[in-house]
Write a protein that binds this ligand. Structure first.
Ligand SMILES: NC(=O)c1ccc[n+]([C@@H]2O[C@H](COP(=O)([O-])OP(=O)(O)OC[C@H]3O[C@@H](n4cnc5c(N)ncnc54)[C@H](OP(=O)(O)O)[C@@H]3O)[C@@H](O)[C@H]2O)c1
Length: 290
């Protein structure tokens, strides 16, 4: 490596090892709970925080983690009734507990409050799912600073600083961070109005890659899930039905994804069975983008 490159890499790596947690020489393989796949995917006793989980993909994720046995912290901003329904659904599994926390995670204070409430109730956090996001529609000619900032606040700043706060308390080894991007970051059919949304998702994919290396030294896995079109309010917003139908037909299955198509991968990545999967961007889109 040339001297310049060596300097670059040593300069971006903090010399004080950032997290005040001793770095083990090697993360040893965790013993399996049993030889069965199901036992290895159990989340019994784990505590999960899912941002934006009162509806859509986040609600499906919260319910799925509850089915796997986790205690689930359901986060919402606007709809307390919907959040409470998700809480009741998790509790009705009879495995883990659940609470709803109203917190706007686009602010650092909101994100910290959400994590604090989780720890106050369940004593720890094992799994952080950074699902909340917004997708506005503006081309280069239309974009303004407020639009840009709102996208980066909720889609990039919030997950990054929540990951930072959680990294200090996630179990080492065993912690899980799961970011959300979009299959559109790899699609040539991208449209001009996706400018800010996809800029944020590109940033998230790179943040996830870097944190996988960083937190991986402590046995914390960091992955990104990139859904394809999923039939939620985010996807439908502003699209006439004929456009929605034509997008659905671009998938080999000729349908849109459903939140339930995405949630099981979160359950798996959160489990011990996925301890060797980190730094990956996994596209879940039914073949919409291959
Ligand atoms: N749907 C798709 O086709 C698609 C495709 C690729 C990737 N994704 C990604 O998948 C994730 C989930 O998308 P979705 O389609 O389920 O979206 P959605 O239907 O719009 O739901 C978004 C969720 O994020 C929450 N949220 C928004 N701003 C928030 C804030 N400031 N603080 C806390 N929560 C906030 C919303 O809460 P409230 O209900 O309280 O507003 C809502 O629960 C997103 O990251 C999205 O970018 C979606």
């Amino acid at each position: 490596m040339s001297g310049t490159m060596a300097n670059f890499f040593s300069s971006v790596r903090p010399s004080n090892n950032r997290l005040a947690v001793p770095t083990p020489a090697k993360i040893t393989k965790q013993p399996s709970i049993s030889s069965t796949f199901l036992a290895n995917t159990s989340l019994l006793g784990k505590v999960a925080v899912v941002t934006g989980s009162s509806r859509s993909t986040g609600a499906a994720i919260a319910k799925c983690l509850g089915e796997h046995g986790a205690h689930v912290v359901v986060n919402y901003v606007t709809d307390a009734v919907a959040a409470e329904e998700v809480v009741q659904s998790v509790r009705s599994q009879g495995k883990g507990g659940s609470i709803a926390v109203c917190a706007d995670t686009s602010t650092l204070q909101g994100g910290q409050f959400l994590l604090d409430e989780a720890v106050k109730t369940f004593g720890k956090i094992d799994i952080l799912v950074l699902n909340a996001g917004i997708m506005g529609s503006k081309t280069l000619a239309e974009v303004d600073e407020n639009f840009f900032d709102s996208h980066f606040d909720i889609n990039v700043k919030a997950p990054l600083f929540m990951a930072k706060a959680a990294a200090a308390i996630l179990p080492s080894p065993g912690g899980r961070i799961i970011f959300f991007s979009s299959s559109l970051t790899a699609a040539s059919s991208v449209t001009p109005n996706a400018l800010c949304y996809l800029a944020t998702k590109g940033a998230i994919e790179q943040i996830s890659r870097v944190l996988a290396k960083d937190l991986g030294t402590r046995g914390i896995t960091v992955n990104t899930i990139s859904p394809g079109p999923v039939d939620t309010p985010m996807f439908r917003e502003g699209k006439p039905q004929n456009i929605i139908d034509s997008i659905a037909k671009q998938s080999p299955s000729r349908r849109l994804g459903e939140p339930d198509d995405i949630a099981p991968l979160v359950g798996f990545l959160a489990s011990q069975a996925a301890q060797w999967i980190t730094g990956q961007n996994i596209r879940v889109n039914g073949g919409f983008v291959v």
